[in-house]
Design a protein around this ligand. Structure first.
Ligand code: 4AD
Ligand code: MG
Length: 480
């Protein structure tokens, strides 16, 4: 089928030529003006219909989200806004869309409702903008790393290890769950499972990424990761995508430099190439905030916020400084934090948001967390007081989102790593290959993981992470 994409028409706009466009009807006003969108860009093109030349019954079928093909001459547009429009010679109905039965309507629908209609929601302005941007962020990830000499490594999705040591894994098995084979002492005999051992979906590609970094120098992964955590928050998914660079000869400070440079590049790429989508999303937030109290509104519009983030350095503080700031804060003194603020306890989302949104009012990188609350692979800092041991871990915290990046310098010292693995009760034999990397040709190295959906959430301003992935997977929900 020959057609011209609307993006191409609006870019070149040569009045006088005949074109065929195909797409979904966004509106049909006065039996005369069809706003048609084909997904190639944010804008619609106007198809002008001389209703006397078309059958009345036929025109009745040009409903919201019906799919049509329209052929006609491009002419300069009379109305404001668009440069050209199409005067229709021929219109074909490719797919009817009966408004009596169709799930969507040309009016405001709630995000919750649209989530249940994930097979149609991509046709709305909001979701088509979000998913165009999601694509573009993914493209920018590859562009950034490729242009900076990093190699893309595909790490496995099925693994036998728990990279985070947090036990939040989905098991992968072909055993009969109702009647699994047993060992002599009655335990499930995983040796009889498909892979000859117990396996799960990966929670992170980091450990395999380290293998590659200790050979290729600079690598990154970009793949799906899975966490069986029952977090019903607007920032957690059970299936999400993560980008994990891993770099040989990088310490924690190099790692923080990379994190800042990388996320700024991603945001700039969208500001430079997807402004109409961003403007729409920015406006959408402003409309929604009209009914909110002043203190609930964002201090800045979406685009202003994105510009602010790329133009300013991220604040860098240690965990110990963060605790001190929080303990001196108004909400702490008034008892308004729900969770305790105490050296040794993990920072909760309310604490992170206070630091970023209230105290510094810009992205913050917190580093040097207590060893006891962090993963086994993080490098223990030298020269800490007994009982106050820290690791060279870093989290990048963003407004509204909280943690977008978690990373660390890795423990490259063989004996220290073994010690941590034992302390955390992790079976050494699961990680034999990871441990050997410290024995044979090891070196200092660092890396981090960027939560792809959280980044897309920040750039699009969407309130819920389930609305930036086409088919969200979360506890209790795996439709589509
Ligand atoms: O902080 P996390 O758990 O770090 C790691 O997995 C490391 N192995 C990364 C590394 O050093 N290579 O996860 C990294 C990021 C978080 O900062 C967050 O943005 C995102 O992944 N993330 C989630 N995003 C959506 N839903 C979830 N359940 C997430 N859990 C983590
Ligand atoms: Mg983390």
């Amino acid at each position: 089928m020959r057609r011209t994409e609307i993006a191409a028409i609006l870019k070149e706009s040569r009045p006088g030529t005949e074109v065929t466009v195909m797409g979904w009807v966004r509106a049909f006003r006065s039996n005369r003006f069809i706003a048609l969108n084909d997904g190639s860009c944010f804008d619609t093109i106007q198809v002008v219909v001389d209703f006397e030349r078309f059958d009345e019954e036929f025109l009745k079928k040009i409903n919201f989200h019906a799919c049509i093909s329209a052929t006609g001459k491009l002419v300069e547009s009379q109305g404001a806004g668009q440069s050209v429009e199409i005067v229709a010679d021929k219109i074909e109905l490719l797919g009817e869309c009966n408004p009596e039965e169709y799930a969507l309507q040309p009016k405001r629908m709630t995000m919750e409702y649209l989530r249940e209609k994930a097979h149609f929601r991509i046709r709305t302005n909001t979701f088509s903008s979000v998913f165009r941007i999601r694509h573009a962020v993914a493209f920018a990830v590859h562009k950034y790393f490729n242009d900076n000499g990093y190699y893309y490594i595909h790490t496995p999705i099925v693994t036998g290890s728990d990279a985070e040591g947090a036990g939040e894994m989905f098991r992968v098995t072909t055993l009969d769950v109702g009647n699994p084979p047993r060992t002599e002492n009655g335990a499930i005999n995983w040796k009889e499972d498909f892979f000859g051992k117990s396996t799960n979906l990966t929670v992170s590609g980091q450990l395999q990424g380290e293998i590659a970094a200790l050979a290729l120098g600079k690598i990154y992964t970009f793949g799906p990761t899975f966490r069986a955590e029952k977090s019903f928050t607007p920032r957690h998914l059970a299936e999400f995508w993560m980008i994990e660079p891993e770099v040989a000869f990088f310490d924690i400070h190099d790692n923080m430099d990379l994190a800042g440079d990388f996320v700024k590049f991603l945001i700039n790429h969208i500001l430079d190439n997807y402004l109409p989508d961003l403007e729409f999303l920015d406006d959408r937030i402003k409309q929604a905030e009209k009914n909110m109290k002043q203190e609930e509104r964002r201090p800045m519009g979406l685009i202003d916020m994105l510009r602010f983030v790329v133009e300013n350095d991220f604040e860098r503080i240690t965990y110990t400084e963060a605790i001190r700031i929080l303990q001196n804060s108004k909400p702490y003194k008034k008892g308004n934090f729900q969770f305790p603020v105490e050296w040794g306890k993990d920072l909760q989302s309310e604490h992170e948001r206070y630091l970023v949104e209230k105290h510094f009012q810009k992205p913050v990188i917190v580093r040097d967390y207590p060893k006891a609350i962090k993963a086994f692979y993080m490098r223990e800092n030298d020269g800490t007081e007994p009982g106050k041991e820290t690791v060279a871990a870093m989290d990048v915290l963003f407004p509204y989102i909280g943690e977008v990046i978690g990373g660390s310098q890795r423990e490259e010292r063989h004996s220290k790593l073994i010690e941590r693995i034992h302390e955390q009760g992790i079976p050494e034999e699961d990680l034999w290959w990871y441990i050997e990397l410290r024995k044979f040709g090891g070196c200092p190295h660092s890396g981090f993981g960027l939560g792809f959906e959280r980044m897309v959430q920040f750039i699009t301003g969407m309130g819920n992470i389930r609305d930036v992935i086409p088919f969200p997977r979360a506890a209790g929900s795996a439709e589509f």
